[in-house]
Design a protein. Structure first.
Lengths: 470, 187
């Protein structure tokens, strides 16, 4: 038998010429295997979520009642719904993203419920009920994304539309009458007295799509030419346009919206995607120098940035601690973390409600107090796994746009975690961002579930089925 | 109804344990990503492939010179600079044929997608033996020409007997050796 007649085309088995032994190709990842694994992990995650709510009730109320059967079961039904949608339309999607996101979301709801108990909120006053409703909306958005976007390449067509949408979303809070200012930062929009929303959270997804599309189209001019200085190839002056535009954008976010964290998030996202697309360290150095320069100037000239730096560097000074807008919140969070110790006070048994906004910006401190270092590290490990799966998508695929988008989206989650948790634990100056999936806040939940849905879609379309196994 | 301190303590420790079991469950499921795939046992294939290997050894033309490495930006229409065989490009190469190793003689059609080679299950061409790295090498189209790039593999990728250092154009009918497996690009 001549070797050439022994075809093993994995895709079209009937088209094989005669003389072919059947069973030449073995599938390594049976699609249903991935979904079964996902279902198994998802059921464990739902179990942990229910256990968390029960422990909160036992710890804080001393008995278990049925209020939260609604909340716990609601989230479980929703994520299982997403799972069955994936079975139908994205069989090869990554099996770990959904369970991890569900667990983080459920832990968040349990913690928010715990704060509600401490504050005596119930019904629609309760942030936990609202968070569950927002989760429902967010997961509905995720299901829509998975159903509508059947192939991520569609997004490549809308590169510049995505860029336009991002700029509009960023400018929305500055529109008079629509924008709302909450604790100094003008990043909210609201109609009437209800439905406040942070459009900047959605803007980060649009920006990631735009950056990915733009860099795939233009990376040659950004990576190939330039002078070598000190062993590094620096870009030409005229190629500095994009980075300066994004820098100006983040600086205007700092100045007009008074939001340091969001600015850092956008600029960091662009820098990482630029580095990925060109593979040149000089861009990262240039970008970091630009941002640090901008931040130092801002800290000298803008009062609120200056205050943030003082709170960070001199937090335990009684004057700073007692000042209005001082480091009271930060230090209370640290005290809470210290009270938690290694294994925590137990869910429902600490006093996380002493810290201002313990259910949104400071949910990490609340969780750290009641679950301790062991629990906090578990949460960080969950984020690590989530982000690693995103990076993995970028590594496996053949398509540059998908790679950049996958890594960009997961990096946004990673950077946001770093900015928030770093701020709460006093590693960097505190800035108001939400902890992805955990913190109370509808816009953040919607944005992060859309990110999860996009990662699921990317992992499905980019997963390489082996053509031949030797 | 109230719960004793001891029960709460046990429940609290149990909850943390459950969290970590979940995490290690995921990590365990990911183990092939972290540590690579297990090596396949090859005894049963060795006997079957022996006669084919003899055929391949006789049939494979041995090109005189290794392909030049510095000219991967050259136009595909330009004639090859060396006197070696014609380079494989998107038009003249249609299939990848395994010429030695356990699956000698099998082939699959080339498309415009790049071909990743390695032990990892998401490679296009999965080679599972002791000598292959998880992500070993990659065949891709650059300027319509097939190039092979070694992805920093432990045991190297050999084009016509010489180990690759930089992405190199692949001539037609020239063996590329990875571990115990060789393949060629053919019309």
């Amino acid at each position: 038998m001549p070797p050439s007649s022994n075809r093993a085309a994995a895709t079209d088995a009937p088209a094989r010429p005669q003389g072919t032994k059947p069973g030449k190709v073995r599938r390594l990842h049976l699609p249903q295997k991935l979904r079964h694994l996902e279902l198994f992990l998802l059921l464990i995650a739902c179990g942990i979520n229910a256990a968390a709510v029960m422990l909160v009730q036992l710890g804080a109320l001393g008995h278990i009642d049925t209020t939260l059967v609604l909340l716990g079961a609601g989230l479980s039904v929703l994520v299982l719904g997403l799972h069955f949608v994936l079975r139908a339309v994205a069989r090869d999607a990554d099996p770990f993203i959904l369970p991890i996101a569900s667990l983080l979301n459920g832990l968040g709801i349990a913690m928010i419920y715990r704060i509600d108990i401490a504050n005596g909120d119930a019904g629609w006053e309760s942030a936990a009920v609202r968070q569950t409703v927002w989760s429902a909306l967010a997961i509905a958005c995720a299901i829509t994304v998975v159903l509508v976007i059947r192939n991520h390449r569609v997004l490549f067509r809308y590169t510049y539309v995505a860029g336009f949408i991002a700029v509009v979303l960023l400018l929305l809070p500055l529109v008079p009458g629509l924008g709302r200012e909450v604790s100094g930062a003008r990043v909210w929009i609201g109609i009437g007295s209800f439905a406040t929303f942070q459009p900047g959270e959605i803007a980060k997804i649009a920006l990631a799509v735009f950056f990915a599309g733009y860099l795939v189209r233009n990376r040659d001019s950004l990576s190939m030419v330039g002078k070598r200085v000190l062993g590094m190839r620096f870009p030409r002056l005229r190629d500095l346009g994009p980075i300066l535009v994004v820098w100006a954008l983040s600086m205007s976010v700092i100045i007009f919206q008074r939001d340091l964290g969001t600015a850092l998030l956008y600029f960091g996202l662009f820098l990482v995607m630029l580095y990925l697309a060109t593979g040149r360290l000089s861009w990262v150095l240039l970008g970091m120098a630009l941002f640090l320069g901008g931040a130092i100037i801002a800290s000298q000239t803008l009062e609120y940035v200056n205050g943030r730096f003082t709170n960070w560097l001199d937090a335990l000074n009684p004057d700073v601690y007692g000042a209005s807008g001082g480091s009271y919140q930060l230090v209370q969070g640290l005290f809470g973390l210290a009270k938690g110790g290694l294994i925590g006070t137990g869910l429902g048994q600490g006093r996380p409600d002493i810290t201002p906004v313990p259910q949104s910006d400071y949910i990490i401190a609340s969780l750290g107090e009641e679950l301790g270092l062991a629990g906090l590290f578990a949460i960080l490990a969950l984020y690590l796994l989530f982000v690693a799966r995103g990076f993995r998508i970028g590594f496996a695929g053949n398509d540059d746009f998908g790679k950049l988008l996958g890594v960009g989206l997961s990096f946004v989650v990673a950077l946001q975690c770093f900015i928030v948790i770093g701020g709460v634990t006093r590693v960097i100056p505190l800035t108001g961002l939400t902890t992805p999936f955990l913190a109370a806040g509808g816009s953040s939940l919607v944005a992060n579930w859309i990110i999860a849905a996009l990662l699921l879609r990317l992992s499905d379309t980019l997963r390489n089925q082996p053509r031949l196994v030797v | 109804m109230s719960v004793s301190e001891l029960t709460l303590l046990v429940l609290r420790l149990g909850f943390l344990l459950l969290l970590w079991i979940f995490i290690f469950g995921i990590v365990y499921a990911l183990r092939s990503d972290l540590f690579g795939h297990r090596v396949r046992k090859q005894q049963q294939d060795a006997a079957a492939s022996a006669p084919q290997m003899a055929y391949v050894a006789a049939a494979t033309p041995v090109p005189a010179a290794a392909a030049p490495t510095e000219q991967f930006t050259a136009r595909p229409s330009a004639p090859p600079a060396s006197s070696g065989p014609e380079r494989a490009n998107a038009r003249n190469a249609t299939r990848l044929v395994i010429t030695s190793g356990p699956k000698s003689g099998t082939e699959f059609p080339l498309t415009s997608d790049s071909v990743t080679i390695g032990r990892s299950g998401d490679s296009s061409l999965v080679i599972r033996d002791d000598y292959t790295s998880t992500h070993h090498a990659r065949l891709m189209l650059w300027n319509e020409e097939w190039m092979i790039q070694d992805l920093d593999s432990t045991n190297g990728t050999f084009l016509n007997g010489s180990r690759l250092a930089v992405p190199t154009p692949v001539p037609l009918n020239t063996p590329v050796k990875i571990g115990a497996t060789s393949f060629e690009l053919r019309r």
